[in-house]
Design a protein. Structure first.
Lengths: 309, 554
């Protein structure tokens, strides 16, 4: 098992190196150029070239990539092309923290609403309550955020005047409520459906049937025998949520005025701000790789039948 | 500078959400009362956490400025903050006249090449240092020095003798011969030939003054605490979150009436934030227009007309690429477009159809330019006369527009429909992402392009006619070339009589309009805005000038 984990950890930097290479080359060889976007109509080859020279953009691509990787390895992600004289880390870290806070709160909302509902639906599989839960969760899941966000703002900010329409004040500020609901409620629907189907499957297994046949009380059957097994998919989802912790939700952030990482991710692509793009992509891929490792590890804890090798 | 216009629906929503409406992150909606805190103490506001009483602060939604360095600015967002913090020799008033700023007066030599500026006596940087002619000389040299990495020193300062050499020297030459500090308060600038629009260029931030002492002592850290000569000081800036300006009490002119300005940078639904009293001003999108125009809606009382921006949006034709090498074909397409109909039905009258190049109200605007108006019969005649009357002889026509999602702008679609119905000319619309669009446009590779426009950087017709239509201009993206137009433009550059200059530009403009290398579409307006009743003296300006110092909160 230790050997397995060790092997996985060895692979991490190799994976990240490959990701960085692909993204870097896509940037350099894809259409569009960071200097040109900033110069706009004032573009002329001569001054653009002077700036490229100064920024080291005229070096061979492999040299540029190598320099980047060497610096990134020690945590120096360079300076943004667009935000002059600003370190990428200085730009991104505050935004990453904001996005992470919002994502954590939303995730808890999703779990707190989603788990009991999914469980409830599974237990009531076969009568009318199950489809009602399923339908409602589907409805919430299907509603796009660019509908729910303005809708919530209209009701809670403008009509009822309970919260401001936009802004950010951290986790303990009431302005987090609407955006967290906007992300969390559709997230809950995912949990409902997953837990429901997984529980239905588990409730149909022989060992549950056996437990019931032996006369074990229904609550004991559900909690002791079925629940833990039914929760396996939740572990997977939790892991991936962890991977997405530092990801921004562009539309939610923009509509609620949250200074998260979503907008800068999009803007950096439009403006070809490669150092920012690289940092975001590398962070995202590292998070995914780490999360995958943790998920696998957690599986063995939740389900002793699974063994890593 | 180039401007992106009406790109596509999704971005329009996002931009609408971004462009306006935010809050001071701590202000309670309920606290917006009429109680203006008269005591002009800045301390009360310096933390930004309002204690509940209405502050003498103006709140607006904004987006992150890529830089505070006047010499590096290329975008309007940065520029509009920079003009509040820094200033230069001259500036513009609201009628776009060039007026003295840090320079009290100036003299121009008889041959029009030597400008002698007399600086004001009482001018100080916000850290208390005196502003001297030496600071100006140092600043211009800094802007031109390739190490600074200015993107447009060439454009705004390139007329000064010696600037081009410094830019091209790669660091070996740093001193500019054409700029001399004669004494503490006298600055002499020599330009390479008499150009009356030179002063107009000095209103742009690239020519602004920085404190030599301060900059040299602070190194790269100066940008976090910029020291300038404008009406405001940067008080606080958190990237992506908030930007606070406070009054500069050392400003030489009339001090700002508001204690400060708070800009929310994090976005939010602008209209909702405005209605919830979280911001003091917002633009009004097409979707909300009908509602706020309804006299029964209380918002209608806040509605303000925004004067036209000095922007021309147009469809460009590449005259080197068939079928646009044929003037008759271009004219046929131009006459076939009913701009009045589009302005009325699609834009609810928010845009003004353009039939010329220089926008109304802009220096050099002429009402007598004869545009190519909508005329279906004439359009068909021109098509008949063109080399491409027979559809089988006509090359494929691809209109390129910028954007990343879904449908092209409605106007582009309607125009292509009009071409099809009136003339039977079929076009394809190709949408490419902005950076790619720019790349192809700058390399003059696009056959037809729409969805962008030209916005004036300084108030001189040179900024439209010379930049867009001179045959050697980098911005002449359609390769238009007419030797008569070139002659007129060259003559206008050094003509010292302003009225005659304008006349020369108008002659060139008329030729351009007649030959239709572009199809002028709109002189844009922002349309409408909502301004809270307690905000007084806010003015909309079509060009970037300091505007917060004159407003006040009642």
């Amino acid at each position: 098992m230790l050997k397995y984990i060790f092997k996985r950890i060895i692979w991490m930097p190799i994976l990240l190196l490959m990701v960085s290479l692909i993204v870097f080359f896509l940037g350099v060889y894809g259409p569009g150029d960071p200097i040109e976007v900033q110069l706009g109509n004032n573009y002329d080859e001569e001054s653009a070239d002077r700036i490229r020279e100064k920024m080291g953009l005229n070096d061979p691509v492999f040299v540029q990539w190598f320099n980047y990787v060497r610096n990134a390895a020690v945590g120096d992600f360079g300076e943004s092309y667009v935000f002059k004289n600003r370190e990428v880390s200085e730009l991104l870290i505050p935004k990453l923290i904001v996005s992470a806070k919002l994502n954590i709160i939303s995730f808890f909302i999703a779990i707190i609403i989603g788990t009991p509902l999914g469980f409830y639906a599974a237990v009531n599989n076969g009568n009318f309550k199950d489809p009602i839960v399923v339908i409602f969760s589907l409805v919430f899941y299907a509603m796009p955020v660019f509908f729910t966000a303005p809708f919530l703002i209209l009701i809670f900010a403008l009509q009822l005047d309970l919260v401001p329409a936009a802004g950010w004040g951290g986790v303990f500020d009431k302005r987090i409520i609407l955006p967290a609901l906007t992300i969390g409620v559709p997230g809950a629907a995912v949990f409902v459906r997953l837990i429901r189907s997984s529980m239905i499957e588990v409730l149909d297994t022989d060992y549950v049937k056996l437990a019931r046949a032996k006369g074990v009380s229904e609550s004991k059957v559900l909690w002791k025998h079925a629940f833990r097994n039914g929760m396996l998919p939740v572990v997977t989802i939790m892991g991936f949520s962890l991977a997405g912790l530092f990801g921004g939700s562009l539309i939610v952030e923009i509509l609620y005025g949250i200074p998260g990482v979503g907008r800068i991710s999009l803007d950096s692509v439009y403006s070809r701000d490669y150092p920012v793009i690289m940092a975001i992509v590398l962070l995202g891929s590292s998070a995914l790789v780490v999360a995958n490792l943790i998920i696998d590890f957690l599986y063995t804890l939740v389900d002793p039948r699974i063994e890593l090798q | 500078m180039i401007s992106k216009l009406k790109i596509f629906l999704f971005s329009a929503i996002i931009i609408a959400a971004l462009s306006c409406g935010s809050d001071d992150t701590s202000e309670e909606p309920a606290s917006i009362g009429k109680n203006s805190n008269v005591a002009p103490s800045l301390e009360g506001n310096s933390t930004g956490s309002s204690s509940g009483s209405k502050e003498n602060i103006f709140r607006i939604n904004f987006s992150d400025p890529p830089t505070f360095d006047p010499h590096l600015v290329t975008d309007t967002t940065s520029a509009s903050i920079i003009v509040e913090i820094f200033s230069g020799l001259v500036t513009l008033n609201k009628n776009l006249d060039i007026i003295p700023d840090l320079a009290e007066s100036w003299e121009i030599s008889d041959d029009g090449t030597v400008y002698t500026f007399k600086l004001r006596e009482n001018i100080k940087f916000s850290n208390g240092d005196n502003v001297t002619a030496e600071d100006f000389k140092w600043s211009i040299e800094r802007a031109a020095n390739p190490d600074t990495g200015s993107y447009n020193a060439d454009v705004y300062l390139g007329d000064i003798v010696g600037v081009k050499e410094v830019i091209e020297s790669n660091g070996s030459k740093t001193s500019i011969d054409g700029v001399k500090a004669l004494d503490d308060k006298t600055l002499e600038i020599t330009i390479d030939s008499p150009k009356t629009y030179f002063l107009a260029k000095l209103t742009y931030p690239t020519a602004f003054v920085l404190s030599k002492n301060y900059m040299e002592s602070q190194g790269d850290n100066w940008i976090d605490k910029p020291v300038g000569t404008g009406p405001f000081i940067l008080q606080e800036y958190q990237i992506g979150q908030i930007l606070k300006l406070k009054r500069n009490d050392l400003y030489w002119g009339e001090k700002s009436k508001v204690d400060g300005v708070i800009m929310n940078l994090a976005g939010g639904v602008s209209m909702a934030m405005y209605e919830n009293d979280e911001i003091d001003i917002t633009g009004v999108g097409l979707a909300d227009l009908e509602r706020v125009k309804d006299p029964n809606d209380p918002l209608s009382r806040d509605l303000v007309d925004v004067p036209p921006q000095f922007t021309l949006s147009y469809i460009g034709f590449n005259v080197n690429m068939p079928p646009f090498d044929d003037e008759n074909f271009r004219k046929a397409l131009t006459h076939a477009v009913d701009k009045e109909l589009i302005a009325d039905k699609i834009y609810s009258g928010l845009t003004k159809p353009a039939y010329a190049v220089i926008p109304p109200g802009f220096p050099g605007f002429s009402p007598t330019i004869n545009g190519l108006e909508f005329n279906a019969e004439l359009a068909k005649d021109y098509l008949e006369k063109s080399k491409y009357a027979d559809p089988s002889s006509r090359p494929r026509i691809i209109v390129t527009i910028p954007g990343t999602g879904g449908s092209p702008g409605l106007d582009t679609e309607v125009i292509s429909d009009m071409w099809r119905e009136t003339l039977g000319v079929e076009v394809e619309i190709q949408q490419v992402e902005w950076a790619t669009y720019l790349q192809d446009m700058n390399r003059k590779r696009l056959q037809v392009w729409a969805g962008s426009g030209w916005q004036a950087d300084y108030p001189d017709p040179q900024d439209f006619i010379d930049i867009l239509f001179y045959s050697e201009s980098d911005v002449n993206h359609g390769n238009y070339k007419n030797s008569r137009v070139d002659d007129l433009i060259i003559e206008a550059r050094t003509e010292l009589d302003q009225n005659r200059r304008y006349l020369l530009y108008n002659q060139a403009e008329q030729i351009v309009v007649d030959e239709a290398p572009i199809l002028p579409l709109w002189f844009d307006t922002d349309g409408y805005a909502l301004v809270k009743p307690w905000v007084k003296g806010y003015s909309f300006t079509p060009i970037i000038v300091p505007k917060y110092k004159d407003l006040y909160i009642e």
